[in-house]
Design a binder for this molecule. Structure first.
Ligand code: C5P
Length: 222
């Protein structure tokens, strides 16, 4: 076989992206960053001047969008209709807009189809908010990765500072909490742990510790 489907869900700043990238490499699996796909749609909606609650225009926008991941050694680029938007989708502004856009039904439906197509053959790790609950409820291995809000805010803060963005720690924690609340309380595919997902709290763990635990868990189950 080509391998199974691994789902990693959880709030922002729990370490999903770093862990998924490393775990995918160790297992030889394809890494699918579904957050990047929602971010790409948000960016395109912003450019087109579409209001966050304009479902008709969002549906139309999604019909005209093709999202691809282009592997580049360890990293990957996110392409929208062939344009590299990898950097542009990572700003705080786009992150907050994404939380609003991702709550809209037509956007979720469009990306659901794309994600299922990308993952259906197995040998993939998908990271997101609703992979284990909605996108691949039958995924062979599911994780729910969390950390305390303070720790997630702190990690996010360090990331932003390293990128040269002028932000305060308090403000960053507040934004993290605000984004989680939006993701957890939305009507369509809210962020929540699938009953059969393995919970992992990374608050006091290093990346290596989380990675070792997850790799062991995947290997036990496959
Ligand atoms: O993971 P990342 O921070 O890049 O995700 C950005 C936003 O995309 C999240 O805050 C969430 O609103 C949305 N998202 C989602 N479903 C996913 C992945 C991301 O709603 N599967």
């Amino acid at each position: 076989t080509n391998g199974v489907i691994v789902a990693i869900d959880g709030p922002s700043g729990a370490g999903k992206s770093s862990i998924t990238k490393l775990l995918a490499k160790r297992l030889g699996y394809l890494h699918i960053d579904t957050g990047a796909m929602f971010r790409a749609v948000a960016l395109m909606s912003q450019r087109a001047g579409i209001a966050c609650d304009d479902d008709a225009r969002l549906a139309e926008l999604c019909r005209g969008i093709e999202i691809e991941f282009e592997r580049e050694g360890e990293a990957y680029r996110v392409l929208v209709n062939g344009e590299d938007v990898s950097r542009e989708i990572r700003t705080e502004e786009v992150g907050l807009l994404t939380s609003c856009i991702s709550a809209r039904k037509p956007v979720r439906e469009a990306l659901l189809q794309m994600q299922r197509k990308m993952g259906v053959k197995g040998g993939v790790i998908l990271e997101g908010r609703d992979i284990g609950t909605v996108v691949f409820p039958d995924a062979e291995v599911k994780f729910f990765l969390t950390a305390s809000a303070e720790e997630r805010g702190r990690r996010r803060y360090l990331e932003l500072v390293a990128r040269g963005e002028a932000v305060s720690l308090e403000e960053t924690i507040e934004k993290v909490v605000c984004r989680d609340r939006q993701d957890e309380s939305r009507e369509h595919a809210p962020l929540k742990r699938a009953e059969d997902a393995v919970p992992v709290d990374s608050t006091a763990m290093t990346i290596d510790e989380v990675l070792a635990f997850m790799e062991k868990t995947v290997k036990e189950r496959v």
